[in-house]
Design a protein around this ligand. Structure first.
Ligand code: ZN
Length: 465
């Protein structure tokens, strides 16, 4: 099942434009790794923060807790976005790269928020969670490079996602689409943001209507972007108090940084140089070119370029993060550890920065380094208790510490959160044998076995153990 086909039924999608000419190695490499059946979720602290900074006022206006709304960044050049149960909004990298300004992107996210807040996703949150959980990839952009085919880059978790079958049942009808538009207008108005971007964005793709169904992208096949729909929205937003407001300089700057970072990672060097020629000495341009060098395996050139940016912005944690990733991927583990340490100092509460640091510490492997790695990972898990990547790294750290019971328990947790209950149970059994009976860890292993739907015989064996 191709990604296109997999997503074809996802009516929640909200615009799709052919950007196929721009699709280069990254996405297809991720798919090739799993015969077109995987979807790549990019995890990147900087981009997640920018998306939340842009979108949180809309979530608040919608009566949602911004911390509870998850914005997932999908590594895919198609122009798409959709909402799913459990307050999850999926935004494609192609969508971000295609939006001309923050206001357009906020408009699209506000529309998805309309689906979330409007209860259009009324299904058991638990069920959705398990349907979606296993396909998620917890990675930083460093690992995105691995997906993009950079040799020697960090390991990745790629999941085959028949799970999108679940999502396809979440299609919205026309009425719900219109209601989401109107809700978006309400939220934007309440948040003091212009609705102009959303209308502009829809306008840009109105021409899709003249295509035959075959040529339309999934969203437009199922959801004609009708004149009536756009006009209804336009009438509403033009009357609103903030219609003529423009993006703040800060919002524009962050949007440019996000696009530069994505393009640096996702597009090839020639495209990056075309969009960000050497004559452009702005921060986003230099950032995109530096990342592009990293992607092209020119780690010396990339390090030099990042170092130059660090001179200008010594307290930017994401520059230190990338510096660390470049060093780690080129085998300079000590330098990687130092750079990641700096990024954690600058932003102590970001789980992915902690995980990067821990990964370098585990690779170095001295006893005090392993202890520090465990602390880092525990810190990350306190924020994201279900992160499979953190649990896997914790398992590696305990293995290196020669603590097989804790290592198996962490592996059980990792598999449990991936929805791989059989593997989770096996690891939990092993952990239970190795851990001291009656300890909280031993009890947790028991809980995982109980939660893994054991057979009556297996339950009986547990009573005896
Ligand atoms: Zn929609």
């Amino acid at each position: 099942m191709s990604l296109r086909k997999a997503l074809g039924g996802v009516r929640a999608g909200c615009a799709a434009l052919a950007l196929t000419g721009l699709i280069l190695a990254p996405i297809s490499a991720a798919q090739a790794a799993d015969d077109d059946e995987s979807i790549s979720i990019i995890r990147d602290t900087e981009i997640e923060h920018i998306l939340h900074e842009e979108a949180d006022p809309v979530f608040v206006a919608a009566g949602l807790d911004p911390k509870a709304v998850q914005i997932h960044l999908v590594s895919n050049a198609e122009l798409n976005s959709f909402a799913a149960g459990g307050q999850q909004i999926f935004v494609y990298s192609g969508m971000i790269l295609e939006t001309k300004n923050p206001n357009e992107l906020i408009g699209v996210i506000a529309h998805e928020t309309g689906h979330v807040a409007g209860g259009h996703l009324a299904r058991s949150g638990d069920m959705i969670h398990h349907a979606l959980g296993p396909m998620l990839i917890s990675v930083g952009l460093g690992i995105l490079a691995a997906l993009a085919g950079a040799p020697g880059a960090g390991a990745s978790l790629i999941f085959s996602a028949g799970y999108f079958g679940e999502l396809s049942a979440l299609g919205f009808n026309r009425e719900q689409e219109s209601r989401a538009d109107q809700a978006a207008a309400t939220f934007l108005d309440k948040a003091g943001i212009s609705g102009r971007g959303l209308v502009r964005f829809f306008d840009n793709f109105r021409y899709q209507e003249v295509f035959d169904d075959e040529k339309k992208y999934p969203y437009f096949r199922t959801h004609p972007l009708s004149d009536e729909r756009i006009e209804a929205l336009r009438v509403r937003v033009t009357k609103q108090a903030h219609y003529d407001d423009v993006d703040s300089p800060r919002a524009l700057a962050l949007h440019a940084i996000m696009k530069a970072k994505l393009e640096g990672f996702i597009d090839g060097a020639s495209k990056v140089l075309a969009d960000y020629p050497l004559t452009d000495q702005s921060f986003p341009a230099r950032y995109a070119r530096a990342i592009s060098l990293y992607r092209a395996n020119d780690s010396d050139g990339a390090t030099k370029a990042i170092d130059a940016l660090i001179v200008d912005q010594p307290k930017n944690p994401y520059l230190w993060e990338i510096k660390g990733q470049i060093a780690f991927d080129s085998g300079h583990t000590k330098e990687a550890e130092a750079a990641h340490r700096r990024s954690v100092e600058l932003e102590p509460d970001a789980p992915l920065l902690r995980i990067n640091h821990a990964q370098a510490l585990v690779a170095l492997g001295a006893p005090d380094q392993l202890n520090e790695a465990v602390l880092d990972i525990r810190h990350a898990l306190a924020v994201e208790p279900e992160s499979p990547l953190a649990w896997r790294l914790l398992s590696e750290a305990y293995d290196a510490k020669k603590d097989p019971g804790m290592a198996r328990l962490a592996a059980a947790e990792q598999n449990f959160y991936l929805g791989q209950l059989l593997e989770a149970r096996t690891f939990a059994y092993n952990a239970r044998q190795l851990l001291q009976k009656g300890t909280p860890e031993w009890r947790r292993a028991t809980d995982i076995i109980l939660a893994s739907k054991p057979t009556p015989d297996q339950l009986k064996a547990l009573g005896g153990g």
